[in-house]
Design a protein around this ligand. Structure first.
Ligand code: IFM
Length: 477
């Protein structure tokens, strides 16, 4: 390991019989370009919406930006070595669109593509399967200036970009995710405006969601034609949505939020239709006139794998007059047409993001997708937690993060035992990084990053995860 004074592997693995995962289970860790690369103005890269947004005062905590981030652009070979030391079987990274196609149209920037060629070569040299995400939120700024995702043409631009990346890396990359968490791009970017580009219009959010999915479908068709061997998928961030009680109003609130959070994307991508109740719920903000004949057939183009990011559960209630705001809180306006729904705090343990820890929700989510939507192989493409860490004598002990991983891996194993075709798991995140509007104040990494010195220290959760990978399992409790 990079840190010479390694503590012993975590003892929890040394007891009891094993909870073994299926042979070939793909153990990985994930990151995203803007969150780790830095080198924002190097090698021909031009600004994305996140460069613009984070440089605008008041958009991110303490004005943090991704200008330097983890400096991964310059430290990539060392970072891959670290992955190999942890025994990762796969690494999920995203390509920065404005690095490889500055401005979002026209010719490729070979210098940008070369970075990813080197990354993929380095991964393959270390027997680490590259898993490439095409879009993890960094839309080239000129495309936003031309209207962004609410505009149909952006979908076509995305498909062109996908083709350009496939031309450069398709011979060496098998696994491709088109979009990461389009809910965030659409509803946080254009609905509540807490993410780039920071616009707040429910109708724009709905249009953005559609055009993101259209871009996904067009990209799948283009990649399928040019790279028939590729394993293609999309990654959705899904939540179980539970009513706070069985009162009719709470049950209806859960139906509405489930529609916006989950079914808005699951149904078009995996069934080729929008849910009727969702269209009714959204009637004040959109007449769905942007949906053209044939769009849903494109959006539901066959996939090879399905990616799911899981973090927490939503518990929701109908509007409650005079309710305590700490327990019944109104989410920012990322729920067009359902802004009055209250999110309920149950008082269960939370992470540093204030997200409730709910490992059974992962089983529910995986079972639902498999039961109600698809037989495709499923992958947890992100799962993890932020906690406050301290470096003590050159070590970072992070028992809470380790316990979160442990509980969610047990849940993943339970889902497999129940018949879910779960084929892999990616920890979020390989290393601490730029947590979007929260800047560097939230640490999700298994590897600690000192942002001044850029020294990496594998936390105890990383050493534990390395042992899980080595054994392909956990000790039964
Ligand atoms: O950091 C993000 C990531 O970019 C997308 N999924 C959720 C993570 C934690 O918020």
């Amino acid at each position: 390991m990079s840190n010479p004074a390694s503590p012993p592997a975590v003892a929890v693995l040394d007891q009891g019989p094993e909870l073994t995962f299926p042979p070939g289970f793909l153990w990985g860790a994930a990151t995203a370009a803007y969150q780790i690369e830095g080198a924002a103005a190097e090698g021909g890269r031009t600004p994305s919406i996140w460069d613009t947004f984070s440089h605008n005062e008041g958009r991110t905590v303490a004005g943090h930006t991704g200008d330097v981030a983890c400096d991964h652009y310059h430290r990539m070979p060392d970072d891959v070595r670290l992955m190999a030391e942890l025994g990762l079987k796969s690494y999920r990274f995203s390509v920065s669109w404005p690095r490889v196609q500055p401005g979002g149209t026209g010719a490729a920037n070979q210098e940008g593509l070369d970075f990813y060629r080197r990354l993929v070569d380095e991964l393959l040299a270390h027997d680490i399967e590259p898993w490439l995400t095409l879009y993890h939120w960094d839309l080239p700024q000129p495309l936003e200036d031309a209207g962004g995702w609410p505009v149909r043409d952006t979908a076509a631009r995305f498909a062109d970009y996908a083709q350009l990346v496939a031309g450069a890396l398709g011979d060496r990359v098998t696994y491709w995710t088109t979009l990461n968490e389009p809910w965030c791009s659409a509803f946080l970017g254009y609905g509540s405006g807490v993410h780039a580009p920071g616009r707040s219009d429910g109708g724009d959010a709905v249009r953005a969601g559609h055009h993101l999915m259209l871009g996904h479908g067009l990209a799948v068709q283009a990649l399928r034609a040019s790279r028939p061997q590729a394993q293609l998928g999309i990654t959705l961030n899904l939540y179980p949505v539970t009513p706070a009680s069985d009162a009719a109003g709470d049950v209806d609130a859960a139906r509405r939020i489930d529609g916006l959070a989950n079914r808005f994307f699951l149904d078009p991508v995996l069934r080729g239709s929008y849910p009727a109740d969702l269209r009714t719920d959204l009637r004040e903000v959109s007449d769905f006139g942007h949906v053209r004949d044939g769009d849903l057939a494109i959006i539901s183009s066959p996939l090879d794998v399905m990616g799911i990011n899981y973090y927490s559960r939503h518990v929701v209630a109908a509007p409650v007059e005079g309710a305590e705001p700490e327990r019944y809180w109104r989410a920012p306006s990322c729920w067009p047409g359902s802004e009055d729904v209250r999110f309920v705090t149950r008082g269960v343990p939370v992470t540093d993001m204030d997200w409730e820890i709910d490992a059974p929700g992962l089983v529910e989510t995986l079972e639902r997708v498999h039961r109600d939507y698809t037989d495709l192989p499923l992958y947890v493409t992100e799962n993890g937690s932020a906690f406050v860490d301290a470096v003590v004598d050159g070590q970072v002990d992070d028992p809470d993060r380790l316990a979160y991983f442990d509980a969610h891996l047990r849940a993943a194993h339970a889902a497999i035992s129940a018949g879910v075709p779960l084929k892999g798991y990616f920890a979020w995140s390989l290393m601490d990084n730029f947590e979007w509007a929260w800047g560097y104040t939230k640490r999700f990494g298994m590897v600690h990053v000192d942002y001044d010195s850029q020294v990496r220290i594998p936390k105890s959760s990383a050493r534990w995860y390395a042992e899980v990978i080595r054994r392909n399992g956990l000790a039964a409790q």
